[in-house]
Design a protein around this ligand. Sequence first.
Ligand code: NAD
Ligand code: USQ
Length: 398
Amino acid sequence: MKVFVLGGDGFCGWPTALHLSDLGHDVTIVDNLSRRKIDVDLEVESLTPIAPIGERLKVWKELTGNEINFVHLDLAEEYDRLEVLFREQRPDAVVHFGEQRAAPYSMRDSSTKRYTVDNNVRATHNVLVAIATTGLDIAMVHLGTMGVYGYGWSGTAPIPEGYLTVKVPTPDGEIDREILHPANPGSVYHMTKTLDQLLFAFYSSNDQVRITDLHQGIVWGTQTSQTALDERLINRFDYDGDYGTVLNRFLMQAAIGHPLTVHGTGGQTRAFIHIRDTVRCVQIALENPPTRGDKPQVFNQVTEVYRVRELAELISKLTGAEIANLPNPRREAVENELNVSREKFLALGLDPTKLSEGLLEEARDIALRYKDRADTTKIIARSVWRQGMETSPDLMKS
Ligand code: NAD
Ligand code: USQ
């Protein structure tokens, strides 16, 4: 299959591109390298030393004989080039990772809020317009988020895979209707993913674009079997207050002897998935596209559910790290329950990687190996959801 991996230089996109190439697919990465530029602006680097994209691709070819093409293109800004690329290359499928993905970054200030909306909505819309305009039957797999559902809207009821059946009162009695689960985003970033859903609904209905939206939980870990082949293929490991996600941050913090930065009581319950399962899920989604004319197909891409404080306690037990309860910079429920339906991937053969299966140690080893690259001034999350939330204990001053 000819597959374009949009955002294929990023944390999820890079290992996915290698996984698909390893399976024999003809892979092209399309990326504007904006994620690397944001690191420069934030004066922070991935804990792992990531090679330039040209070197990554050269090493992959040397080791496997497989060629991955690279196109430097801004999905949000360069529509005409994107359309020409589709017409000339005629991909069978695109996997769309190419968005600004950090909630704290999206809430930093007016410019990052506007950038996140402009970049993400325009990128997704441009991809859809290019598919519809060329008339090519390109199946689109998009990386969405569990955060579109929000946390707590339906209490403890299981979160369905995308759609909810509701009873609509009419003068002749109630009728059943299937609707998209109500959107309840908790950040500007998450809001862009809810807007993406409306774009998908429209283009699948109007232009019969075949779309799969993967509502993914928080990804943890770093390596897949392909990225582990050579240090120059290593995946990125974000640990900073904007881009680092909670479990990887805790593992890194434990490795350098920093207290684990639990926001508030740590009662927030979230869904998780290991990067090895991310790449498998994308493969499964590509192999099982919807039929032309179907509504967008939604899969919940999660394997486990944990409370933040449970993760902190687990890592503290494993490593002896202290736990610090910091004022929460976000506007989110102090405690929430989370019950997620995830039958579709299991039915299609996903064998989930569990936190208990030794991969915590693997991620911890990576964090230990590169701990000297850590800039401890970048650990505390400083992006606040509302003015006046900055009040902080001593740790916030580090
Ligand atoms: P990332 O920031 O590491 O990668 C995104 C890539 O897209 C980067 O290489 C960036 O340069 C590129 N990009 C961004 N805007 C672009 C544009 N306009 N044109 C071309 N390229 C562009 O993020 P990630 O962690 O790999 O996440 C990938 C996708 O998966 C995102 O859409 C994110 O919302 C989703 N997701 C991630 C997680 C997670 O925990 N990392 C969880 C759920 C969903
Ligand atoms: N948290 C802490 N301490 C930290 C970091 C985070 O307690 O040091 C808490 C946060 O307050 C939040 C939870 O952990 O309650 C998750 O935060 P996160 O930064 O790990 O994840 P989030 O902001 O939700 O975003 C990440 C990815 C995003 C993806 C999302 C999936 O960056 O791209 O969409 O996970 S989900 O959470 O399911 O919406």
